[in-house]
Design a protein around this ligand. Structure first.
Ligand code: CA
Length: 232
């Protein structure tokens, strides 16, 4: 797989976590970091989801109902479909004993983090995992004078570094991943805000305004009554 394929497809992460508060937080955090995130709450559902659709990586809790994380991981690695069986897995563990970590690595996990953890670090580790599994190339998004590097969380315009807020970055990432398509307000707001969070009515316009000011007024087109787009 080349980096080009990753650019076209958004990184899709499966979260297998039975703690509702934590699962909700991880989903929101990863979406804000530009990932597509799906969440299931037990090991059996996790294995079924992976067999049903392709994922870029898995965030796996160990203590899970119906099938433990370790058991799910062993079964995943034993699947006949080689591409699915090799899906990168990051174990999330509340137990920081080295025994659990060793068992996880022995069962075929690629990385692990101990709870409580930092969402920014989780996102960075997932990008690294997906990059490694794709052959080490850094998947940058390029559009004319604009370069967005998801791994470095950096943007340059005409070679000069552009300072963006988290939400401006997420918004630009979303527009670039969908270059040539109009994104509605609802779609863009969903990529900006975690569930249940109040969205100020003009927040999107303000972010778009800032992005245009920091790059070019022509970069992002307003499609009246529909939304916004970056032309191909
Ligand atoms: Ca758990």
């Amino acid at each position: 797989m080349t980096a080009e394929i990753l650019i076209g497809e958004r990184m899709r992460i499966l979260i297998v976590e039975d703690d509702k508060l934590l699962g909700d937080g991880i989903v929101a955090g990863l979406r804000q970091a530009g990932f597509q995130a799906d969440w299931v709450q037990d090991g059996a559902a996790g294995l079924a989801a992976l067999q049903a659709e392709p994922f870029s990586a898995v965030v796996l809790d160990l203590g899970l109902p119906r099938m433990t994380g370790l058991e799910m991981l062993r079964r995943l690695r034993a699947l006949k479909d080689a591409a699915t069986a090799k899906t990168p897995v990051l174990i999330l563990t509340a137990r920081d004993t080295s025994q659990d970590v060793i068992a996880g690595l022995d069962a075929g996990s690629d990385d692990y983090m101990v709870k409580p953890f930092d969402l920014g670090e989780l996102a960075a580790r997932l990008r690294a995992l997906v990059r490694r599994s794709a052959g080490g190339a850094a998947p940058q998004l390029k559009h004319g004078d604009l370069v967005l590097d998801p791994a470095a969380h950096a943007v340059t315009w005409q070679g000069a570094s552009v300072d963006l807020s988290q939400r401006e970055f997420a918004l630009l990432n979303e527009l670039l991943l969908n270059a040539g398509k109009v994104l509605t307000r609802t779609q863009l707001e969903a990529s900006l805000y975690s569930w249940g969070e109040e969205v100020e009515s003009n927040a999107l316009e303000v972010h778009i305004h800032h992005l245009r000011r920091k790059t070019s007024p022509d970069l992002i087109r307003t499609v009246r009554g529909v939304g916004y787009m970056i032309s191909k």
